[in-house]
Design a protein around this ligand. Structure first.
Ligand code: ZN
Length: 233
């Protein structure tokens, strides 16, 4: 099975549409989405609609959660809070309903999907160190756990070997961010898993950042949210 894994779209329609066009050419069987469809970017409704249409499995992210329950927006950075409250006002009832039905954790045949971390996905903890990553392996049973949230792609194996996954190993993978990369590179990032070839790849592509930044400017959202797309921080 060929699977694309996308995460942290954050209302960036330009990055999402570019990603979906590439994913279409990869002839995938499934698309998994790790949440934070909304927040930061100017096109939350369009992004939720595309995820509803194309993703086979989607989990809830902390920004999605804050849009549904604005009391929780105070736990977000101030720009994130501003946009969560704005998104809550403009989100369509169908899209709200869709987000409302998302779970914190989804199990597929060989994958666990969470937004933040498999130990307590509803606590939105960040996996920021190897130590924290290592501690997560006792909290999932499947071969691979996909987690987003930090916007920084990484692969961590339960023991050290070169990557091309095998039946014995288990993996914790972050596919990076579609809509707001934070590893110093501005290109959108997503993962590609071929379960037949037992291969995992991280893809990076440039996209129309000008369009995404302009949409943020036009929507009168904080200017810094457009600028940070260029720096990848
Ligand atoms: Zn995020």
């Amino acid at each position: 099975m060929r699977i694309a894994v996308i995460s942290d779209i954050h209302g960036n329609l330009q990055a999402l549409t570019k990603s979906l066009s590439i994913i279409r050419n990869l002839r995938v069987d499934k698309i998994y989405c790790l949440g934070d469809i909304v927040g930061y970017g100017a096109n939350p409704n369009e992004c939720v609609e595309l995820v509803r249409q194309y993703a086979d499995h989607t989990v809830l992210g902390n920004h999605d959660h804050a849009v549904l329950f604005p009391d929780y927006a105070r736990y977000l950075p101030s720009d994130g809070k501003t946009v969560a409250l704005w998104t809550a006002k403009i989100l369509s009832s169908e899209n709200r309903e869709y987000l409302m039905n998302l779970k914190y954790r989804v199990e597929t045949d060989i994958c666990t999907l969470v937004h933040a971390s498999p130990d307590k996905p509803e606590h939105w903890n960040y996996i920021n160190s190897l130590e924290e990553a290592g501690n997560q392996f006792e909290h999932f049973d499947k071969t691979i756990c996909f987690a987003g949230h930090t916007h920084i792609p990484f692969i961590c194996r339960d023991d050290l070997q070169s990557f091309k996954f095998d039946k014995e190993g288990r993996y914790l993978i972050n596919p990076g961010s579609i809509g707001q990369p934070r590893d110093g590179r501005s290109q959108l990032s997503f993962g590609f898993l071929d379960t037949d070839a037992r291969e995992y790849k991280n893809f990076r592509f440039s996209y129309d950042i000008d369009g995404a930044a302009e949409a943020i400017r036009k929507s009168k959202l904080p200017k810094a949210l457009g600028k940070r797309l260029y720096s990848g921080y």
